[in-house]
Design a protein around this ligand. Structure first.
Ligand code: E4P
Length: 218
């Protein structure tokens, strides 16, 4: 399973990269705004900065809602750096843009996917990743993890190469549930990833080893 970090925060991206387990980064316009990145040039510069920190794919989202704008933006984003993946919303124009961009050999991430039907169209259009939002489904009393399992089964059954990217992860259990559901990639804020490390027996075990070591040195 690949681990992406879902943030535009440079310090957190560096921290995850330093951990040695980071495979990529996803961003979206809300995450960029949260970091105070405004204006086209600053946004493009920020994507390049992220690409210089990590080695894997970095998703950069288009703002246009129509096909022409999406492909113009997508080509511009893709030309920024070889690690850029163009993130496109799952709309009619978005699916057309994914088909066009993937035909040009540009990696794409079909985002805001909330149903198997949307995921099917994304795969048929040739998306590299399909971003299925777990937390936002859970928020409306729908089962986000079940969607990951359904998409994963469907892609395996038909042999689609599109990777299931579990997004909108809110806590550590979501990551573990994604393992069982067959996600290819999780994208998560840093805290749920670090949460995987927590175990009281690890803490008490270290405490015991340290105290026994100190006793043996006396
Ligand atoms: C994924 O690529 C999205 O940017 C992100 O996971 C959305 O998460 P949220 O629902 O917590 O905003």
């Amino acid at each position: 399973m690949k681990f992406f970090i879902d943030t535009a925060n440079i310090d957190q991206i560096k921290e995850a990269q330093d951990l040695g387990i980071l495979d990529g980064v996803t961003t979206n316009p809300s995450l960029m705004a949260k970091e105070g990145i405004r204006g086209e040039q600053n946004i493009l510069d920020h994507y390049k900065k992220i690409c210089e920190i990590v080695q894997g794919d970095v998703s950069a989202e288009v703002i246009s809602l129509n096909f022409d704008g999406m492909i113009r933006e997508g080509e511009k984003l893709s030309a920024l750096h070889p690690q850029i993946v163009v993130k496109v919303p799952c709309t009619k124009d978005g699916i057309k843009a994914i088909k066009y961009l993937s035909g040009k050999g540009i990696k794409t991430n079909c985002t805001l996917v909330f149903s198997p039907g949307q995921a099917l169209l994304a795969a048929k259009a040739g998306a590299t990743y399909v971003s299925s939002f777990i937390g936002r489904l859970d928020d409306i009393a729908s089962d986000g993890i079940e969607l990951i399992a359904k998409i994963s089964d469907m892609y395996n059954y038909y042999g689609y190469e599109t990777l299931v990217l579990a997004a909108s992860i809110r806590h550590t259990m979501h990551i573990l549930q994604c393992v069982e559901a067959g996600a290819d990639v999780i994208t998560s804020p840093l805290a749920p990833i670090l949460g995987l490390l927590n175990h009281p027996l690890t803490d008490s075990g270290i405490e015991k080893f340290m105290s026994d070591y100190k006793k043996s040195c006396q």
